[in-house]
Structures are given as C-alpha cells and as structure tokens.
Design a protein around this ligand. Structure first.
Ligand code: APR
Length: 392
C-alpha cells in the first residue's frame, strides 16, 4: 500500500493531523494498534486550551465540543494559609479552558476522519519503521489476525506515544532526549460523583498534594500524591476519601461528594523533550515527541499544536514540493514546548512539597508557601500564571 503520508497512532495528535490533511486534499492513512472501542473509551485529559479549540473550530472538528464542552475559568488553591481562587478569564490574556473529556474528542475525530473518507486501520500494530533516511520509508504492520503487511509512503508521522514504534525507529544519536523524573507520583482516580466544587481544586498539604477536576455532571477526577511504586489497588475507598477530605480541608471548606471509584492508576510525573522532533522522513507529534507531566494539563494541547504545524508543513510539501516548512518543524514547535515544560515544572514545585523532614525539607516548604503567597497576592504574578496556564 502506498500513500503520501502514513500516520502512526490514533490519539489526539494523529487524528487531528489526519483530519487536517484530508481537509487539504492530502491522502493519508492512520494505523492504530488498539481497537476502536478501546481508543474511544480511554479516559485521559479533558482541559482544552483556547488554541486547541481554535484549531478544532477552524477545521470543522468542534461539533461535539461546542455542544457538550463546558467553559472553565477558575482554579482554587487550598494550603495551610487558607484558600484563594484565581479566575483566569479576568487575568492575563483572558482565556478560558473548555472541559471536554478526551475520549469524546477522540470519538468525534474518528467519526469525522471516516466521514471524510479517511483510511483508518484499527487493530493494526506498527512493528517496524525503516528507510527513514531516504524518501520511501517503509512501515510494517501486523493486524489482530496476525496478518502482516508493508506500507510505503513519502512521509511518516509518528503520533504513537512514548512507547510507540516511531521512537524505537530513531537511530542512536539522531535526536537528543532531555528528561526529568520529578520523583512525584499521583494516584489518579475517576469517581462516579458530581464535582465537589466549581473550580479546579489544588490542595497543598503536609500529607501530600490532592487535586480535584470536574469532568462531567456524573464523573469527577481526583488526584492524590502517593509514594513512588504504590500499587493502585492497595488504597481502599475509605482511605482514599479520608485522605481527600483531610488534604482538601473538607472540614473547613465543605464536604466532597463521594461516589464509587471507577478507575484508578498511578502516574509518575515524568517529562521529556526530544530535540529535534524529526529525522529524515519521520516527524513526531504528541507524546512521541515529548512527554509532559500532567500537572498543568498540557499534553493533549501540545499534541494539537504540533499536529496543526505539521499538517501545514506536510500540505505544502505534498502539494508543491516545497519542504522548507517541514525542515523548520522542530524549530517552530520546540520553543513552545519548552515554555509549556517550564510552566509545568514550576507547577510541580508549587503543588508538591518536599517529602521527608529536616532542615532542607523545611527550607523547601518555606519556598513553596512563599510561592503560593505570591500567587495569592500579586496581580502581576496572577497574570503571568493565567497566560501560561491556559496558553500554549
Ligand atoms: N502501532 C500503532 N499504534 C500505536 C503503536 C504502534 N506500535 N504504539 C502506540 N500506538 C497508538 C496507541 O494505541 C494510541 O492510540 O498510538 C496512540 C497514541 O495516542 P496517545 O497516547 O493518545 O498520544 P497522543 O496522540 O500523542 O496524545 C497526546 O493526550 O491524553 C493526552 O496526556 C496525553 O499527552 C497525551 C496527549
């Protein structure tokens, strides 16, 4: 099989890219290892930045989002000094988030890609990507029935996440990996209960961080910082609610609405940036290009930002043979990626105190409180926060 662009992975990055290419008349195929039901039900992020909403709206991909997405504009911080709220609609560039669960967005993007006549192969795992230093790269796949196939294309878009085939296909030394292990873990919970507060809640507590994020009227996300290597099943529901109540200071600020825990997973805060995010005819986007800790909900937004820039460059190259924009792809994306990484890293330090005791831990805790106080009281700090929190 031969197409101008092969896209590996049907997450937000691959699906936005595929839809933008089809809209511009560039033929492509998306190869996805998992089944359709799996990708359409995989609950992940949900906070879409203004830039993401713009990309989707400008390309006719926002029907579900505008019908069912909810604007969100406030986050609340609880800490030993009390509670304060930041309404970022009134700060910085006055942008808001749109809350729309990522699996719904993915389902919309799949439906639209198929409606546009796109070729999307589920249950099709990419096992090898070769020939990237030439202009006829080859992709080998294996489907659920074990049938193998070879694909050729002019370009390959690696949108298959951090453990995908694209990263594995990079020859040693082709790109540099910059990596940080933040030494922080979260127990990420999806709970069958309405949100407990209007705002996103960030609670800084000596027992560790706790977070609250609205998803839908029936389902809410909570996070609890936990020791590294925690088995997600080792925390009983009673313990989960007791910790959430304590860390979110429910006695002072009002009770949480409890419900059964639907899903739980332990996420390790880890970030990396590949540089450049291209090699020969392979271009990386989304988690394949870099991993960002979820502390500021930027992963899916960076993926969409990269998909738009890559789509424009590929359209130009395929239609006119002008590959200047493709050559610039990494240089165009990476400064924005680093800005997002810097902010995310700052958020991690804002939300997580040192573990342990002693003079150094006390010092770091003092810094953390000073950071929170500054955010509570300084308008210019709040403007800066808002710009970076919603911006990409
Ligand atoms: N062959 C085919 N498909 C693959 C392979 C492979 N070898 N390896 C992985 N995939 C698929 C996965 O099954 C998945 O559907 O690639 C897809 C990658 O999608 P995502 O993980 O959603 O990654 P991306 O599109 O980069 O999304 C970016 O969304 O939820 C946020 O925080 C998350 O930052 C992430 C963001």
């Amino acid at each position: 099989e031969d197409v101008p662009v092969l896209i590996i992975g049907a997450g937000p990055a691959g699906l936005v890219l595929g839809n933008l290419l089809l809209a511009a008349g560039v033929d492509c195929a998306i190869l996805e290892q998992r089944g359709r039901a799996h990708v359409e039900q995989r609950a992940r992020a949900g906070f879409l930045a203004a830039n993401t909403v713009r990309v989707l709206a400008e390309n006719g991909l926002d029907a579900g989002l505008s019908a069912r997405g909810k604007e969100h504009d406030t986050c609340a911080f609880r800490y030993p000094g009390g509670q304060f709220e930041l309404c970022y609609r009134k700060l910085g560039r006055a942008e808001v988030h749109t809350v729309y669960p990522q699996q719904h967005l993915v389902a919309d993007l799949v439906a639209e890609f198929l409606a546009r006549g796109g070729d999307l192969r589920f249950d099709t795992e990419v096992t090898a990507v070769t020939g990237l230093d030439g202009d006829r790269p080859e992709v080998a796949t294996r489907d659920a029935g074990g049938v193998t196939r070879r694909w050729t294309s002019r370009y390959v878009a690696g949108c298959d996440g951090r453990h995908g085939a694209s990263r594995r296909a990079l020859p040693p030394g082709a790109v540099r990996r910059h990596r940080r292990d933040h030494d922080v873990s979260w127990l990420a919970l999806l709970v069958q209960a309405p949100p407990s507060m209007e705002a996103v809640g960030y609670a800084v507590h000596e027992r560790g961080f706790a977070g609250h994020m609205a998803r839908t009227a029936e389902v809410t996300r909570y996070y609890l910082q936990c020791p590294r290597g925690t088995d997600p099943m080792s925390w009983s529901e009673d313990r989960i609610w007791a910790e959430l109540h304590q860390r979110m200071q429910a006695e002072t600020f009002g009770p949480l609405r409890e419900g059964p825990v639907l899903e739980r997973a332990v996420v390790q805060m880890e970030s990396d940036v590949l540089s450049p995010i291209q090699f020969g005819s392979l271009f990386l986007a989304g988690d394949a290009a870099g991993l960002i800790s979820p502390s500021a909900a930027k992963g899916a937004n960076l993926a969409v930002m990269e998909a738009e820039i890559l789509a424009r460059a590929l359209v130009l190259a395929v239609h006119t043979g002008d590959s200047a924009a493709l050559a610039r792809y990494s240089a165009d994306c990476l400064p924005r990626v680093w800005r997002a990484q810097e902010f995310s890293h700052w958020m991690i330090n804002l939300l997580h105190g040192p573990t342990g005791t002693g003079e150094e831990a006390d010092f770091l805790r003092g810094l953390q409180l000073a950071r929170l106080e500054s955010l509570r009281s300084s308008r210019s700090h709040q403007d800066h926060f808002a710009e970076n929190y919603v911006g990409i």
